[in-house]
Design a protein around this ligand. Sequence first.
Ligand code: PMP
Length: 397
Amino acid sequence: MKPEHPAPIEWHFSQRAQQLQSSVIREILKVTMRPEIISFAGGLPSPETFPVERMRIAHDAVLSRQGKTALQYGTSDGYAPLREWIADSLSLEGSRIMPEQVLMLSGSQQGLDLLGKVLIDEGSKVLVETPSYLGALQAFSVYRPEFVSIPTDEGGLIPEAVPEIAQGARLLYALPNFQNPTGRTLSVERRSALVHTCASLGLPLIEDDPYGALSYRGNPLPKMLNMNPGGVIYMGSFSKVLTPGIRLGYVVAPTTLIRKLEQAKQAADLHTAQLTQMVVYEVIKDGFLDSHIPTIRSLYAEQCQVMLEALEEFFPQEASWTRPEGGMFIWVTLPSHIDSLTLLDEAIAQNVAFVPGAPFYANTPALNTLRLSFVTVPPEKIREGIARLGKLIAAKL
Ligand code: PMP
């Protein structure tokens, strides 16, 4: 006989939960999972670059040598050898980063939430680029800040514009390398100007840098962290240089802030998975990334080139787009009367997808923008997808 259950509960969500929304991108991704769709929508790294066999061997090695430690609870700050490795890799002559300044995270996305928790009060001003990373806007939104959009041009955010909008601000969130969503890179001059402006205003500067290692040409530009380790909060991730499924990232900051973040992390998840940290350390400790990262860079550089050439060939000249020097994204600006959300519906009907630009804006959106990711689509499909999009756009002129 079927048991009689009491009536289901009627949920009363907190005010905070009531204002939560699903990420627009995750909603679009559900549609674009269909195999016939050519999707430029995902922000996913290419699975071709995942070092599956290395990870398997490292799991075996860690479990057979240190299985009991790997499967035990760990410390909230993270696995010490890995924190040392990160501190060393970020240290430069004259700018030494100490392991105590590193907090391991369950994905760098967790750091955005923890930073929101410890730095943002309701109504606090938070300065963000125009446009900015949607996931950060989402993470900070929970703490109900007042977002202030920093004026931006082709070179990214304009440091000179910061002082007049920074009155009373709690933090500035910047993505200097191959920004998500625009693919733009902030010049060394602007980095330096931004660091000095923030320091003189006493304004904490978050440098979110998951794509920094993926520079197509030569060495990445200097990190703002090394320009002022006392005032910059640096966020790094293993998602784009190893694999995102392991959910491993880190934040580097002065120890007073790290201790506070650690308390917030304890409440959130006690600590980042010990096995994962030990396996990643096993994979990278002897220099694996030095040979692995160049293979990711050259794959992405090639795919990017294919997309740029296709845009040149198939998009009307009324459209413009960024030419990234690394990372995973191109940002397109269409003539101002074209709404990319309407275009998306038409594109999906033609089995092509992208992410409309509006959700990346904290304030007034530019509706005629969109983000294209080129890393998971094979070259012939890139051309086909861009050709279809180009036709749809041309029909609107
Ligand atoms: N910051 C930026 C700019 C990102 O694009 C992403 C991933 N899409 C993250 C942070 C979060 O990365 P993860 O949590 O995988 O480390």
